[in-house]
Design a protein around this ligand. Structure first.
Ligand SMILES: O=C(O)CC[C@@H](O)C(=O)O
Ligand SMILES: [Zn+2]
Length: 464
């Protein structure tokens, strides 16, 4: 099909004003935050309804076109990159929130609803949508669900998967499915909803989701502790978790902190510095929780695990302490980092981290290495920063070589090569370190059932 005919056919489905081919739009909507691949889509289309998405998918099947879904484009694994002339299906206009049900504590959201929009809506109902991350202001629910996004509160409230009551999807054959009917209990066989959560748009596109809401936490307190030894962070976690429920347990290195502080937006947590820091958040419904936290802090000091610490005295201070952790990713993006988002079960974190740290410090003596992440979930973010003088291609080539050893260690510890960022294109070559050959064969077979003509986000997650 000629480009002209393609635009005409797309315009017939969504209207001429909802198809864009100008260079600016192609560059913007053709990529995500990965910065590795150059965007090269052939058109951007903005459907407004599930039926329009279905018609786009049918058109793609008829003419062997490739479709890439696009949400807030905050992904870090190139899951929403169109680098091969694909048509980008952008969900920005499908951003309605409707059908709030106070009894069921559910609400219907278009795929293009922004995470923060749902969080604010929940607050207005005196409820809470707990999945949260630094990109909440721009990430969209369709993308969150397609990557099963995690974030900073997983230790208490779980991943996006845990909040999806029902889904409307358009499969790769153009079938519209309403999955799970928002039921809490539904044991009628295979839960197809779960295949689309974390499916990265490779089986079909999510157009609507019913999301669950919950009670809002009260009086959240934030504690930042300076921890000289990496291993001791896990001892601190264990000590706190044995005595109280935490809403977050994060960590970051001094190198990460120094980068954030250098921007001058937030003050240092305290005067002394240690190699690592733990950020702990907990709900204090009464004074008792605060007293418990203070006692635990003192015990950690006495045990020599912690050298210094601060507890938030106001919401502003709590927000500033959070920024020390939450601003890291955006701050270091200036160095075109090579990203790893790896996980193991929590009990294996200390030896796993030591092994990986040995590999990267040995193999990258001239590179800056930044550790941070959701250590309470066993999820570590390892970012290698590109030296200014090194070309992007050479830098990524050197990183790819070391990746193999990193992922062999992930495999040895039975961990995951992608904890919460998804697979996309960047982690696809390494999937076999986390998934067995038999699993991969089943995944391929599932892809073939839902998308036999390989029109849905081809080249991502798994190849047909
Ligand atoms: O940039 C990263 O490596 C992690 C981004 C995000 O998952 C975070 O936890 O801040
Ligand atoms: Zn993260």
């Amino acid at each position: 099909m000629t480009q002209e005919a393609l635009i005409e056919q797309l315009a017939a489905i969504v209207g001429a004003d909802k198809v864009r081919t100008d260079d600016d739009s192609l560059q913007t909507f053709g990529t995500d935050w990965t910065k590795i691949y150059d965007p090269k889509p052939s058109a951007i289309v903005f459907p407004k309804t599930t039926e329009q998405v279905r018609d786009i998918v049918l058109l793609a099947n008829k003419h062997a076109l490739a479709l890439v879904p696009s949400g807030g484009r905050t992904g870090l694994s190139a899951g929403a990159v169109a680098a091969n002339g694909e048509i980008v299906v952008a969900f920005d206009y499908m951003n309605q929130i409707s059908d709030f049900n106070a009894v069921d504590r559910t609400v219907k959201c278009g795929a293009g609803v922004i995470t923060e929009q749902l969080q604010t809506f929940a607050e207005e109902q005196e409820l809470f949508y707990p999945v949260d991350f630094a990109s909440s202001g721009s990430s969209q629910l369709g993308g969150n669900i397609s990557t099963n996004a995690g974030g900073i509160k997983v230790i208490r409230w779980g991943m996006t998967r845990d909040w999806v009551a029902g889904l409307t999807v358009v499969t790769g054959t153009g079938e519209v499915l309403n999955l799970n009917k928002d039921l809490l209990k539904n044991n009628t066989g295979y839960d197809l909803r779960q295949l689309f959560i974390g499916g990265e748009g490779t089986l079909g596109f999510i157009t609507e989701a019913t999301m669950r809401l919950t009670r809002a936490p009260k009086n959240l307190n934030v504690l930042v502790l300076g921890v000289p030894e990496l291993d001791d962070i896990m001892k601190v976690l264990h000590q706190f978790q044995a005595a109280m429920d935490l809403t977050a347990f994060e960590f970051f290195s001094d190198k990460a902190l120094q980068k954030v502080l250098a921007r001058g937006d937030v003050p240092a947590p305290f005067e002394s510095s240690t190699d690592y820091y733990a950020l702990i958040e907990f709900e204090a419904l009464t004074e008792t929780e605060l007293d418990t936290a203070m006692t635990l802090f003192e015990q950690c000091l006495e045990n020599g695990w912690v050298a210094d610490g601060v507890i938030s005295q106001s919401e502003t201070q709590a927000a500033n302490l959070w920024r020390l952790r939450e601003d890291i990713s955006e701050t270091i993006s200036e160095w075109t980092p090579y990203k790893n988002d790896i996980s193991v079960v929590v009990s294996k974190v200390p030896p796993f981290l030591r092994d990986i740290d040995d590999i990267v410090t040995r193999e990258y003596p001239d590179f800056e290495i930044i550790w941070f992440g959701h250590i309470g979930d066993g999820n570590l973010h390892l970012n290698i920063l590109k030296p200014d003088e090194l070309a992007k291609e050479e830098f990524f080539q050197r990183c790819n070589k070391v990746s193999q050893w990193v992922f062999e260690t992930v495999e040895k510890y039975q961990g995951s090569v992608s904890a919460e960022h998804g697979v996309g294109m960047t982690k696809k070559p390494y999937l076999q370190y986390s998934r067995s050959a038999a699993e991969l064969a089943y995944m391929k077979a599932v892809k073939a059932v839902f998308d036999p003509n390989n029109v849905m986000n081809p080249g991502k997650l798994i190849d047909l």
